[in-house]
Write a protein that binds this ligand. Structure first.
Ligand SMILES: NC(=O)C1=CN([C@@H]2O[C@H](COP(=O)(O)OP(=O)(O)OC[C@H]3O[C@@H](n4cnc5c(N)ncnc54)[C@H](O)[C@@H]3O)[C@@H](O)[C@H]2O)C=CC1
Ligand SMILES: O=C(O)C(=O)Cc1ccc(O)cc1
Length: 298
């Protein structure tokens, strides 16, 4: 049970965490702080938080857990502001999509990442943002990755793990560099591709017609291009090296498919599509069956 939880940056992530913990009675008091009084007022109105303060010092005073839930690059600046307010009893965590930049920023500010700072990343979300989009079950049956360091306190780690488990999430631990490489491939690259495809088509003179005749596949592939540009701007810069690696690997593969289409190499085209279908079906069918086993009616 957390006595006082403070959220810095009350949006989709912070709001959903607060809602889930309150629903599970895993927290006594949720306080928020942030830049926009409108989001904080809205959070109060929706019953997501109990109070707010625009003054970070006031908001984090006596907090057991502080969650930094702002866009990734802003989280670096927030740590600078939070540093003089941290006490040994306060556990700090974050939800940012990239972990290497947070680790480096903390090292710069504190000399080494404090033992009571647990780096985290929930692998759950949507293309929506803001506290109005927060839901009580956003993290239910989703994974949360924690990337503890050698000096991370065992007590802090286990409290943050329990916090996410109270939201119905499965917690896994990973190394920071591995996290950033894996997420670059499975999350950051797809977002770059979706944004780039929509942007390229939108700049075409016949954009209106193209979008008018787009079928479900286009909608599925590009849903994530409706995500918040500020959030993804930050992720693109924060995970630069791993994303470049992903783009280069993908471009080489796309060029192979291009060559197969250009030369009419049906076998190569079929082999690529068939491998991809089998890989995707195997992975997602496995997940679907596991969910069915857990709750057959869903
Ligand atoms: N949206 C998603 O699906 C996921 C997002 N994340 C990560 O979680 C973090 C938060 O994302 P969301 O909740 O989706 O964003 P959001 O836009 O819904 O919420 C961010 C909040 O931070 C506040 N904020 C912005 N600048 C600030 C500043 N200088 N000081 C204080 N508060 C400030 C905003 O007003 C807003 O209330 C990001 O780092 C994102 O990469 C992680 C997993 C999934
Ligand atoms: O909208 C979607 O499908 C997402 O991919 C959500 C998401 C966005 C960012 C993350 O760091 C993790 C999950």
């Amino acid at each position: 049970m957390i006595n006082k939880l403070t959220i810095i940056g009350l949006g989709l992530m912070g709001g959903s965490l607060a809602k889930a913990l309150k629903a599970q009675q895993a927290v006594s008091e949720v306080v928020a702080t942030g830049r926009r009084v409108e989001s904080l007022e809205r959070g109060l109105q929706l019953g997501v938080i109990d109070s707010y303060s625009l003054d970070m010092a006031e908001a984090v005073a006596d907090a057991d857990v502080v969650v930094i839930a702002t866009p990734t690059l802003i989280a670096e600046k927030i740590m600078l502001e939070l540093a003089p307010l941290m006490t040994p009893n306060m556990i700090v965590t974050d939800v940012a999509s990239v972990k290497g930049n947070i680790e480096r920023a903390a090292e710069k500010i504190f000399g080494e990442v404090p033992s009571n700072f647990v780096l985290g990343h929930p692998i759950a979300g949507s293309e929506q943002s803001g506290v109005d989009a927060a839901t009580v079950d956003l993290f239910l049956d989703h994974r949360v990755i924690l990337t503890p360091l050698e000096n991370t306190s065992g007590a802090a780690l286990s409290l943050i793990q329990s916090m996410w488990e109270a939201c119905g999430a499965e917690v896994v631990r990973m190394d920071v560099a591995e996290h950033d490489a894996v997420l670059a491939a499975t999350s950051h690259l797809p977002h770059v591709l979706a944004y780039t495809l929509v942007d390229a088509l939108a700049q075409n003179g016949a954009a209106a017609d193209i979008f008018r005749f787009a079928a479900g596949g286009f909608r599925d592939f590009t849903r994530i291009a409706s995500s918040d540009p500020t959030m993804w701007h930050d992720i693109a810069l924060a995970n630069q090296a791993a994303i470049l690696n992903g783009i280069d690997g993908f471009s080489a593969h796309l060029n192979k498919v291009r060559a197969a289409i250009a030369s009419g190499d049906g076998d190569a085209i079929f082999a690529t599509f068939d491998r991809a279908k089998r890989a995707r079906d195997e992975h997602f069918l496995g997940q679907y069956l596991a969910r069915q086993k857990k709750s057959p009616s869903s």
